[in-house]
Design a protein around this ligand. Sequence first.
Ligand SMILES: C[S@@+](CC[C@H](N)C(=O)[O-])C[C@H]1O[C@@H](n2cnc3c(N)ncnc32)[C@H](O)[C@@H]1O
Length: 286
Amino acid sequence: MEKYINKIQKGDALKKLKNRNIFPDESIDLIITSPPYADKRSDQYPTKTSKEYVHWFRKISKQCHRILKPKGSFILNIKEHVKDYQRQPYTYNLVLDLIRTGWLWREEYCWYKKTAFPGSWPGRFRDTWERVYHFSKQKDIEFFREPVQVPIGDWAKKRFNNDQVSNHDKKRHFSNTGSGLSRQVDNWQNKEYVDPHNVLELVSVTNNTNHSAAFPVELPEWFIKLLTEENDIVLDPFMGSGTTAIAALSNGRKYMGIEIESKYVDIAEERIKEENKKLDVRITDR
Ligand SMILES: C[S@@+](CC[C@H](N)C(=O)[O-])C[C@H]1O[C@@H](n2cnc3c(N)ncnc32)[C@H](O)[C@@H]1O
């Protein structure tokens, strides 16, 4: 396996994933990927129809399950398109199929694309978000909340003025809706950082990747920080322009990748070369 680490394999994801020399059982810490969406961009790379999608992806997810470590995670970015005025529900079938075939569906994150292109469509508005699913093999997973925590915000300074806490804030208050959820505000006293929520506000794509469906580096980066430690191995079986590799390297992780199109392998390798140059400069600057 060693010789395939920090490399992109050119070829079909399923064929490569099945190769036990490249991917032994339980060898990968995190899989994060955005596969080709159904019926989209078939002029640029191979795609599947909505009808064949679930069947095709089942074979890929089975291999992902085999190669993922027990405490590892599988992050899947996908969004159903609109055809004949209707959102295509294959992504719903895909999630149900993943659950049926042994995955635990832990969370659905919303990637809110702050800079999504404007436009006008009959009977709907601008689409500014995509789904990012989190699956795991078992309940107990690697999960590091601190690296993704966010500043608590100015409200806390005002609320805990001069370390004064009101009697109201010292008590636990239950939601009026009867949901059973509750909060005790003084739990936040002296905290600088708090947990984020499950809406990730990121720009669509910040850099010129020469790939029409690239995600921003910040997307894989966020999950890499949350779900892995230094030197862990992050795999993207649909590597495209190499965004996951860049996020892994710049955070001290290793990457493995698969990409079917030579043109994207070339782009990814060029980006990785540039990233490694930057990292070398940072190391010699120390
Ligand atoms: C949505 S793009 C991924 C973009 C990537 N996240 C990025 O930031 O550049 C999907 C990629 O999967 C590749 N692909 C399509 N079918 C494939 C297959 N069977 N095996 C491996 N790669 C494939 C496409 O060429 C495309 O680059």
